[in-house]
Design a protein around this ligand. Sequence first.
Ligand SMILES: CC(C)(COP(=O)(O)OP(=O)(O)OC[C@H]1O[C@@H](n2cnc3c(N)ncnc32)[C@H](O)[C@@H]1OP(=O)(O)O)[C@@H](O)C(=O)NCCC(=O)NCCS
Length: 156
Amino acid sequence: MPAVIDFRLATLNDLDSMALLEAAAGYSRWTSDAIRTALERHSVWLCIERNHSDEMLCGFAIFSRVLDEAELLNIVIDPGYQGRSLGSRLLAWSFSNLSDDGICHCFLEVGQDNGPAIALYEKLGFKLEGRRKGYYKKSDSRIDALIYCKNLDKPN
Ligand SMILES: CC(C)(COP(=O)(O)OP(=O)(O)OC[C@H]1O[C@@H](n2cnc3c(N)ncnc32)[C@H](O)[C@@H]1OP(=O)(O)O)[C@@H](O)C(=O)NCCC(=O)NCCS
């Protein structure tokens, strides 16, 4: 049977492989402790490649939730799998789960220098809602944080 891409909820058993992926490819470099806290408190979904009984982590997405709103706190796709629509598919799968749970809106914040992520979010229908000037420190300068929102309501 050929390898297949699949999606599932993360558990604490996924902490080590998530921390390795974040260290290798994350934009904001979350610590292992921060990922553990996310696994304990937030909704974390994985994109995996299954081959028979083996599975390999390709990416993850972390969402916090309050009432009917979610915030995408982090998304990472393994560099070896980037550009193959896995980020888009992981987010679409996550949005479907969030929507089924009654979440209506998803917010996110992204550095203005993160072109690939901004292109991904705009392609998925996120709209620019605001800007925090100089929010992120990058070496010796500061860059703006862009705030995006997407309506997750399912069409009738
Ligand atoms: C951002 C990220 C998650 C995208 O994942 P991905 O699986 O490569 O994205 P997809 O293949 O689904 O791409 C979807 C769209 O995003 C845009 N995109 C993705 N990578 C891009 C790149 N390197 N340059 C420009 N646009 C890009 C394109 O519009 C693409 O659509 P297209 O294939 O029709 O051109 C991935 O680059 C990543 O993990 N980056 C490091 C971590 C990060 O920055 N996370 C965001 C924190 S806010």
